[in-house]
Each structure stands twice: as C-alpha cells, then as structure tokens.
Design a protein. Structure first.
Length: 248
C-alpha cells in the first residue's frame, strides 16, 4: 500500500494515511513533518517521505497538533532512531509524555457504538494500533514565539479544546492552515462532508473546541489541511464559521 501524497501548495503536501492525515513541508530534501499518523501507518509515513525526495534523517522536526495516538504514532520512533526533535505546545508536552491522557475512552466508544460508522471506525483503530500508547520520551515545547525556523516557516496557533494543548499551524505566505482535529473536513464516524467538528465524544472540552474556531477564523488562508478528510479550498474564515453553525 502506497501513501497518498498530494501536493496542495508550493513545497506543501497533504498525506492521507489510514484514516488520519499528516503534512510535509519541504525545502529541498529537508522536511518539517506535521503529525505522524497511527502506529500502523509507519511504512506509509516513510513512503511519503521518499515520495517527496526526502528521508527520515532529513526531517528537521516533527510538529504535533495534539498527542492522540492517531497523530503521535511514529513520533517517538523518529526521535529515538533519527534524533528528530518532537515539538508541541507547552500545554501538550506532558500529554505527549503520557503524564495523563485526554483521549476518548473505550467505554465512551462502546456507549456510542449505535452511531453510524462507529463500529467500523473502532475496528480500524484496533488494526492500526490506535489503542497502543507510544509516548514521546523527551517532547519539547516550541523554542520561540511566532514562525519556527523550519521548512515552511510554520507559525503555531494554540487552539485548545480537542486537547488542552492542541495547536494548528499557519503558513501565512502560502495561505495554508494545518488545523489538526480543531477543524476537519470529514471522518469515518460523520455522515457529512466539508468543514465540521469531530463528533463530541472525541473532544476533551467541546466548549473550548467551539471557541477555538474563532481563532482559526482569524487566520488568513484559503487552503485548509485537516487531520481528517480531504483538503478544503476556500477562505478558512468561512470554513470555521460553517463548522460553528454545524456544531449547534
């Protein structure tokens, strides 16, 4: 199985893993990797790097939107095997270490098993290693405020709610917003397509998740790269407003 790597802007690639996305920002063979998919996505992840002419040794940093298993899956592997720094919002660093866990519980999933798509999604989670824990031994907070000195010059934007330290990444020059799970365009447990929030059971604090849509709406961009679903083209402000309307 090959990684589904799609160029969405200059030096910017959205990769569709096995139900979860990650993003590659390139500068020659150097890469900033945003998220890493499920543990079971590792070969797809490595294949996506090769597809853009890069390699694990050329990844300058892994940026994590949030430390759920389907986004953190290979972060510790890259850190331990290749010395790659793993960077998160300071509020998400202890979550990345698994000092605590802000993730939907098995009991909550079972309680929602009657909802369309949930059982099929849960079976996929098991196959992909989604119930495993792969903490990052030495996660690091962002070293500076503003744009990071990495390929793509991403700007971290704190968007709490899905988790306390959830972070989007803004590429102002490219008009791109990497939204993680703060704003998605589809999910296996959703019946709708287009800008939306994940179902409520997935959010640590749903009210803060909804409030963070205002933060995303303030970002200048017309390409949205979500943690789940396809690329969404159009003003990010309108996408955030549409998700807000659908949340009520």
């Amino acid at each position: 199985m090959r990684a589904d790597v799609r160029q969405v802007a200059d030096d910017t690639y959205l990769v569709h893993g096995d139900n979860t996305n990650w993003v590659l920002l390139t500068d020659g063979d150097a890469v900033t990797l945003v998220d890493t998919g499920y543990p079971g996505d590792r070969q797809l992840l490595l294949g996506s790097l090769a597809a853009v002419g890069s390699s694990p040794d050329a990844v300058e940093a892994v940026l994590i939107t949030h430390a759920h298993t389907d986004h953190l899956g290979s972060a510790e592997y890259l850190r331990a095997a290749h010395g790659t720094p793993v960077l998160l919002h300071e509020a998400e660093v202890p979550h990345g270490r698994r000092d605590f866990l802000q993730q939907v519980s098995v009991g909550t999933v079972l309680g929602n098993a009657w909802r369309p798509g949930v059982l099929r999604w849960a079976a996929h989670v098991l196959r992909s290693g989604g119930t495993e824990q792969h903490p990052v031994t030495a996660p690091e907070p962002f070293p500076t405020d503003g744009a990071l000195d990495l390929p793509g010059r991403p700007v971290p934007v704190h968007t709490p709610g899905h988790t306390d330290g959830h972070c989007a990444y803004h590429l102002p020059d490219a008009g791109v917003v990497i939204s993680g799970d703060a704003l998605v365009s589809g999910h296996a447990t959703s019946r709708i397509a287009g800008p939306q929030l994940l179902p409520g059971m997935f959010h640590h604090d749903l009210a803060r998740t909804v409030a963070s849509l205002d933060v995303l709406a303030a970002l200048d961009g017309d390409v949205l790269l979500p943690g789940h679903g396809p690329v969404h083209r159009g003003p990010v402000k309108e996408a955030a407003r549409q998700a807000q309307e659908r949340a009520f």
